[in-house]
Design a protein around this ligand. Sequence first.
Ligand code: FAD
Length: 297
Amino acid sequence: MAVLDRAIVWLLPAIPKGVVRRLSSRYIAGPSLDDAMRVVGRLNAKGKLATVDVLGEEITTPDEARAITGQYHDVLARIDEEGLDANVSVKLTGLGLELDLDLCRETLEAVVIDAAARGNFVRIDMEDSSTTDRALELFRSLHAAGHENVGAVLQSYLRRTSGDLAGLDNVRLCKGIYVEPEEIAFHDADEVRANFVRCLETLVHQGAYVGIATHDEHLIGEALRIVRDLPPERYEFQMLLGVRPDRADELVAAGHRLRVYVPYGTHWYRYSVRRLQENPKMAGYVAADIFGRVFRR
Ligand SMILES: Cc1cc2nc3c(=O)[nH]c(=O)nc-3n(C[C@H](O)[C@H](O)[C@H](O)COP(=O)(O)OP(=O)(O)OC[C@H]3O[C@@H](n4cnc5c(N)ncnc54)[C@H](O)[C@@H]3O)c2cc1C
């Protein structure tokens, strides 16, 4: 990454929220459920599946966690009513993980039960490494209780991930986005990629359904090789709203299932910062936005 990009990544939290909001609008469906459903409808019309995320990792009270949970019930109902091809992705922090583990277990289970009643599915996003054990424990306890419509996410940057694969039958595999220390996470991009490939091979070998969540052309190529002999119902590619939509179109045209992650809601800030920090062209966008406003003045 160039020096200017690194500096802007570092400075992003200091950039005015209005600028962050403008620059990140491509990654977020909008503030309301209607916005999300409109985007999902458009994606479905292009042969793409969706997974809807109610943005909420910034919440600080149990009431807010319950409100986010309520929004998930609304999402599931609307998907059902409108016959959309979409499931939901939940962040456990939004369901109260850092406030009260029992509250989180209760809210998560309620969403999973609601989804099952509607023939739908819940993906538990993976957050930073302080939450990994709790996320996997919650996932495994739901499975043990007979809930099969729930899946986990694993991150190939974590050194532990190859040891977490056993017994999992439905996994989204991604690189991982949080800042983690080198003792527990690969920092070298090639090592993260190599671990992604190894984990994907293991998951396919053990018969798991895999969500291949990457926009990295090298990994897409490796994944196409690994799934070459699998029937299409054994895997799906996954991409984020606003990232490489043309490549997603190509994968759909080639007959692969492709799911787009569609976040919406009013708690947009942290998600937006993460997406901007990953965008290789972000420094230029930020500079253009700020200078553009200065010159307009
Ligand atoms: C569907 C989905 C769900 C995810 N869920 C999780 C999760 O639960 N937990 C977690 O830690 N991480 C999650 N991630 C994020 C993931 O871990 C990576 O941080 C992210 O996908 C970027 O890695 P990459 O494999 O796309 O490779 P990169 O090397 O980062 O990107 C490859 C190329 O994609 C393009 N690109 C990538 N990001 C952007 C961007 N923001 N804006 C514009 N272009 C971009 C660029 O062309 C870049 O060169 C998810 C990703 C996806 C696609």
